[in-house]
Ligand binder design. Structure first.
Ligand code: GRF
Length: 208
């Protein structure tokens, strides 16, 4: 299938990876997931990708002890697979600056809040939803953004909001936000694959 070659970086369950694969199967995205990289050997998402016969590699501290060898290995497999777009889908490691520079404006991340709220260092997974509930905001959501050399600060591609209800728990809220993530991440990839995103400074605009 022609289209873009996507690498998905994961650390855990892989439900966003699944949403991308389902969207590709529905032929909504012109592309293929040509590679899955995990920094966790036991990531559930690795099982999902192997079940679907997607080339999947664990590159983490136990098989590449120092950062330099990990970065070299990641760059090696990205080049080998001729990757056009890197998608961070619950990837817990910081992507090295050398990779961010080599793949400038070709790396996107999904974050479970309306950036810039509840984002940056320390804001990941359930910590985000706990902070949302503790603060008492009435609206939250999810964001897909390009990755730059800082945490959660790159230009925003898509955001979608959800209400926060009085009876919400971290679990109920994260489930509602995850539902939104599974919609906006494939949408952002579709726009990238169709070359419909224009970056002007830190603003992302849509090309017709
Ligand atoms: C998602 O909530 C994502 O926003 C966050 O990590 C979680 C990954 O979930 N960065 P999954 O592994 O895709 O199910």
């Amino acid at each position: 299938m022609a289209g873009i070659k996507i690498a998905v970086f994961i650390s855990g369950r892989g439900s966003n990876l699944e949403a991308i694969l389902d969207s590709i199967n529905r032929e909504e995205i012109k592309g293929e997931v040509a590679l899955v990289i995990s920094d966790r050997k036991d990531a559930k998402g690795l099982e999902r990708s192997k079940e679907r016969s997607i080339p999947s590699v664990y590159i983490g501290k136990s098989n590449y002890s120092d950062n330099e060898s990990r970065v070299d290995k990641i760059l090696e497999v990205l080049e080998l697979k001729e990757i056009d777009l890197i998608v961070l889908a619950g990837y817990m490691s910081i992507v090295d600056t050398s990779i961010v520079r080599k793949y400038k404006n070709k790396i996107i991340n999904i974050h479970p809040s309306l950036i810039p709220s509840f984002s940056g260092k320390g804001y990941y997974g359930s910590f985000v939803h706990k902070a949302v509930l503790d603060y008492g905001v009435k609206i939250t959501g999810a964001t897909v953004h390009f990755v730059d050399e800082d945490t959660d600060t790159g230009p925003v591609i898509i955001q979608e909001a959800v209400k926060v209800f009085d009876e919400d728990t971290v679990d109920s809220l994260s489930k509602r936000v995850l539902g939104i993530e599974h919609e906006i991440l494939p949408k952002a990839i579709k726009l990238f694959a169709e070359n419909k995103l224009v970056i002007e400074g830190r603003i992302v605009k849509r090309r017709d």
